[in-house]
Design a protein around this ligand. Structure first.
Ligand code: DGY
Length: 322
C-alpha cells in the first residue's frame, strides 16, 4: 500500500512530480494557507507531511496528532515553526534542507550590506518620487554613503551560511571577524578572527551580520545593551530570524542615529513587521527572500521530497533534525 503524503504549500513542480511517482499525494496547487486547526485534523490522515516555515507546527499541532504521522519534512533549513520536543515525544521524525540555500542567503546578505551602506532606500525613494531633480548637487553631502571595501564584517554564527557570506564579503575586500559557540578549525575560519565573547567583538564591527538559528539562546541577541557596543557608523544585517533582534532597541538606534543603518530580510511576527521600520530612511528591508531563487527553491523542494522517499524506503535520511 502506498503511503499518504500531504504537501502543505505549493513546492516546485519537479519535486511534486517525483513525490507522486511513489506516494499518494495531496498537493496544494493554489498555495492556499491551511488554517492551524484544519492542518492538525488533516495531518491525522497522512503518513508524512512536506511542510514549510509558514506552517504553524507548534505544541498545539502535535497535541492533536493521534497516530499514523511518522515524518515531517520541512522545505527550509530553519524549523523554528516546529515544536521539536513535541515531535520527539510523539516519535515523529523531522527533517530539513540545509546547505542547498547557503549561496542564495549569502547573496542576499551581500545585497543588504551594499544597500544599507549605500543608502539604497533613500535613493530608490528619491527616484521613484521624482524628487531627484530637486536635489542640490553637492559632492560631499548628496546621497553620500559608506564604503564597504576595507571594512570589518562581524559575523554572529559562523555556520554554513555565515561562512559563505564571509567568503563573498571577502571578495568585496572586507575583513572578517566572528563569534560562534566554538572556535572553528583554521581551515573553516579561513583567516577570520574569533571572538568568544560577542561583547568584545561588537565594538570592532563596521558591519554586523547575524547568521544564527532561532533558539532561546539567540533570542534578542541584539538588544539595547549589545547595540550600545557597536560603533556609531555600524550597519546591522539580518538574514537569519527576526527573533534575534529586539525591534524596540534597533528602531531606537536607527531613529536616533546610534548606528548608521540596517539591512533586514527577516522580522519578528512576519509578515506583519513593525511598521516603524518602513519610516526609516536608514533601513533597507526585504520580505524574507533569502532562499528565494528558482534554483534554490527547486533544490530545497527536491531535498524535502528525497527525505520522505528515504524514510519510507528505509534509507538513511539526507538531513535529519530529530
Ligand atoms: C529557511 O530555509 O529557513 C529560510 O529562511 C527560508 O527562506
Amino acid at each position: 500500500m502506498r503511503q499518504k503524503i500531504l504537501v502543505t504549500r505549493k513546492i516546485s513542480d519537479l519535486a511534486e512530480e517525483k513525490l507522486k511517482k511513489e506516494f499518494d499525494v495531496q498537493l496544494n496547487p493554489t498555495d492556499t494557507p491551511i488554517k492551524d486547526d484544519d492542518l492538525s485534523k488533516l495531518a491525522n490522515n497522512f503518513d508524512g507531511i512536506v511542510s514549510t516555515g509558514w506552517d504553524n507546527l507548534g505544541i498545539n499541532f502535535f497535541e492533536k496528532i493521534e497516530r499514523k504521522l511518522k515524518i515531517i519534512s520541512q522545505v527550509g533549513v530553519g524549523y523554528d515553526n516546529i515544536s521539536i520536543l513535541s515531535a520527539q515525544k510523539k516519535k515523529i521524525k523531522i527533517t530539513n534542507t540545509p546547505d542547498v540555500l547557503n549561496e542564495s542567503v549569502a547573496e542576499i546578505t551581500i545585497l543588504l550590506i551594499l544597500a544599507a551602506s549605500r543608502r539604497a532606500t533613500e535613493g530608490f525613494n528619491l527616484v521613484r518620487s521624482y524628487k531627484w531633480k530637486n536635489l542640490p548637487p553637492d559632492m560631499t553631502k548628496t546621497m553620500i554613503g559608506n564604503s564597504v571595501t576595507g571594512k570589518t564584517l562581524g559575523i554572529i554564527g559562523m555556520g554554513r551560511i555565515g561562512r559563505i557570506a564571509a567568503k563573498r564579503a571577502k571578495a568585496f575586500g572586507m575583513k572578517i571577524i566572528y563569534n560562534n559557540r566554538n572556535k572553528l578549525s583554521k581551515d573553516l575560519e579561513d583567516g577570520a578572527k574569533y571572538y568568544s565573547d560577542i561583547n568584545t567583538m561588537l565594538p570592532e564591527c563596521d558591519f554586523l551580520s547575524i547568521h544564527t538559528p532561532a533558539t532561546a539562546e539567540t533570542k534578542y541577541i541584539l538588544n539595547a545593551s549589545t547595540i550600545s557596543l557597536l560603533p556609531k557608523h555600524a550597519v546591522v544585517i539580518n538574514t537569519s530570524r527576526g527573533s534575534t533582534i529586539d525591534d524596540d532597541a534597533l528602531i531606537d538606534a536607527l531613529e536616533n542615529k546610534k548606528i548608521y543603518a540596517a539591512g533586514l530580510d527577516v522580522f519578528n511576527n512576519e509578515p506583519n513587521l513593525d511598521k516603524r521600520y518602513l519610516k526609516l530612511d536608514n533601513c533597507f528591508v526585504l520580505p524574507h527572500i533569502g532562499s528565494a531563487t528558482h534554483e534554490t527553491r527547486l533544490a530545497m523542494s527536491m531535498m524535502a521530497v528525497d527525505n520522505i522517499y528515504c524514510y519510507f524506503n528505509k534509507k538513511p535520511l539526507i538531513s535529519e533534525v530529530v
